[in-house]
Design a protein around this ligand. Structure first.
Ligand code: IPE
Ligand code: IPE
Ligand code: MG
Length: 248
C-alpha cells in the first residue's frame, strides 16, 4: 500500500519547503562527478512538484542554490547555472500542463543574465497557472533576505512613508521575498544532514522538520507521500498544551 492512500487530504500542509541535498554524494557513490548528481536531481524535482500538485499542496519551495553555494568550484557553479537554463526551458511545458506557476526567491541580480532571462520568461509564461506555485530559491539565503528587508524598511522610515511604530511582524513580512505566501508547515531535507543552511529563517519559525537519509536524486513520489504522512502525525501545539488542543 502506498503512503498516498494513508494521507488525509483535508489536512495537507499548504506549503512544503525542501532542501534538496546529496546530489554530490549520490554521484560520488557511483564513481561519477558531482555534476552528474545535479543532472539526476532534476527528475526528483519534477516528481515532487507533480506529486504535491496532485495532492493539493498550494506552495512548494525548493532550495536550488544558496548564496553560500557561490563559493563552490567555478566549474560546478557554471554547470549548475547551465543546468538551470536547460531545465527551465525544458520544463515550461510540464509546468503549463500541470497548471503550476513558477516563482523565484533570492537575489535575481546575482544570477548570470541567461539564467535571469529564462527565469523571468518562465515566471511570466506560467503566471496564470492556478493549481500550485513552485518557487525556486536561487542565490538565496535567509540572513541576506532579512538584511534586504531591514534596509528597505530603513529607507521607508527615512523617506517618511513609515514610522518605527509601523514596524510589526506583518509589515516585516511585506518586505520579504515570500510576501503573499503562507509560511511552510513542513520542511523536508534529504541526505541525512540536519540543519537549515540559511533557508527561510523567518518563515520556518513553526515548520515541522522532516529529515531523510535518501539522497536527492533518489527522492520520489513515495518519499514525498511518506513525509506528508509523517507530518500528519505530529502534534502542532504552537505553545499550547495537548489538553488545550483536545478541547478546541
Ligand atoms: C544539493 O546537493 C544541491 C546543491 C546544493 C546545489 P549537493 O551538491 O550539496 O550534494 P552533497 O551535499 O555535496 O552531496
Ligand atoms: C543547502 O545545501 C543549499 C541547497 C540545497 C541549495 P548545501 O549542501 O549547500 O548545504 P551545507 O553546505 O551542507 O550546509
Ligand atoms: Mg550538500
Amino acid at each position: 500500500m502506498s503512503y498516498k492512500d494513508k494521507i488525509d487530504l483535508t489536512r495537507l500542509p499548504r506549503h512544503i519547503a525542501v532542501i534538496m541535498d546529496g546530489n554530490g554524494r549520490w554521484a560520488k557513490a557511483r564513481g561519477k562527478n558531482r555534476i552528474f548528481g545535479h543532472t539526476n536531481g532534476v527528475r526528483a524535482v519534477r516528481e515532487t512538484a507533480e506529486a504535491c500538485a496532485e495532492l493539493g499542496v498550494e506552495y512548494l519551495t525548493v532550495y536550488a542554490f544558496s548564496t553560500e553555494n557561490w563559493s563552490r568550484p567555478e566549474r560546478e557553479v557554471n554547470a549548475l547555472m547551465s543546468l538551470l537554463v536547460k531545465t527551465i526551458d525544458k520544463e515550461i511545458d510540464t509546468l503549463l500542463k500541470n497548471d503550476i506557476r513558477l516563482g523565484m526567491i533570492g537575489d535575481m541580480s546575482a544570477l548570470p543574465k541567461s539564467v535571469a532571462d529564462k527565469l523571468r520568461h518562465a515566471i511570466e509564461t506560467t503566471a496564470h497557472c492556478k493549481r500550485m506555485q513552485l518557487t525556486l530559491a536561487l542565490s538565496y539565503s535567509g540572513k541576506a533576505e532579512l538584511e534586504r528587508a531591514i534596509k528597505l524598511i530603513a529607507k521607508d522610515v527615512l523617506n517618511g512613508s513609515l514610522i518605527p511604530e509601523d514596524i510589526t511582524q506583518e509589515l516585516i513580512e511585506q518586505y520579504l521575498y515570500t510576501y503573499g505566501m503562507p509560511d511552510p508547515e513542513l520542511l523536508i531535507r534529504t541526505s541525512g544532514e540536519q540543519r537549515l543552511s540559511n533557508f527561510l529563517l523567518w518563515q520556518m519559525a513553526y515548520a515541522e522538520f522532516y529529515f531523510t537519509d535518501v539522497m536527492w536524486p533518489d527522492f520520489d513520489r513515495e518519499e514525498l507521500y511518506k513525509a506528508v504522512y509523517d507530518f500528519q502525525h505530529r502534534e502542532r501545539r504552537f505553545g499550547k498544551t495537548s489538553e488545550q488542543l483536545a478541547v478546541s
